[in-house]
Design a protein around this ligand. Sequence first.
Ligand SMILES: Cc1ncc(COP(=O)(O)O)c(C=O)c1O
Length: 367
Amino acid sequence: MDLARPILSEIHPYIPGKPISEVAREYGVTDIVKLASNENPLGPAPSAIKAMKEAVASLHLYPDAGGYSLVHKLSDHHDADPRGIILGNGSTEIVELICEAFLEPGGEAITGPQAFFKYRIACQIMGVQPVMVAMPDYAYDIEAIISHINPQTRLVFIANPNNPTGTYLDKSAVDRLLEALPPEAILVLDEAYYEFVDLQNYPDGLEYVKAGKRVIVLRTFSKAYGLAGIRCGYAFAHPDLIASMHKVREAFNCNALAQVAAEAALDDVNYLADTMRNNRQGLNQLETGLTKLGLEVVPSITNFVLANFNHSCDEIFVELLKRGVIIRPMGPYELPTCCRVSVGMPDEHEKLFGALGEVLERLEVSD
Ligand SMILES: Cc1ncc(COP(=O)(O)O)c(C=O)c1O
């Protein structure tokens, strides 16, 4: 019974990292390590857990639809206009709100084949096939993107740093893109991994918003703040753009537990410092260990690395699942020889290296 809008037949659903419970069920393994969804291996901040426990008794009430307290906390924390902040059921939802508010058939959107998958789906839902600009060397090609901009362009989606490649655009590149952006178009700068970046030439998207540029900046509590399961993201933009996005959002799109958890996590400087320490060490360990196993590792400034096996990853992925290790194959991103590995805890990396060494030897694909 095919009653769906024709455009839906062109949509390839987003394939998330395999949940631990599914791998346990399908492969009969226990003691599973998941390094597949760029989650925070430290678990949620203790302060966020406490805040959620306290809020449970009020769950018979609807949440604050505008998220007043969290929005104002974010406003203070980032010295940003509260009217220029919107909350979402994860930043993924905000990608949809952007498309619903600013894109319609006839308009164009630009992204890349190795950009976060959600961008293309959100455009397609609105009846627009996004223009996919090639990303040589695992990174956005600003001049190529500019060459595809035309009067129909409404949205340009860039994750900075980018998932799944771990690469980033420096300030001069983003400045250049903004100079070339026509007045009808908006640059969406997705900064899901913002907190992990510690580089002088990395542009803070919020500064563009404060300078009045047509930029929407996305941030999330799912990564550095360890709250992927509660679904809480937010965006900064000019209040006029945010007002349009409010019109298309579900009234209670940011749930009550998410709001209190995010507020508590934002104050938890010790948790954030622990996360950064673990991530720095973990990135080093992953890059060294995977390189030793003969893989090509793309330098990353995030909480994950992209590794090229120079060999199809399908079988390797399944063999790792059988050994209780979940990583993420990159076929959907047109990188069939690559897998993405999230930073976990040191012993989880060791388990990966052991299992991977065994699998590569068995399949004779290591060099
Ligand atoms: C670039 C990018 N944007 C957005 C998201 C989604 O984040 P959220 O959990 O806030 O929806 C991810 C998650 O992997 C991501 O990598």
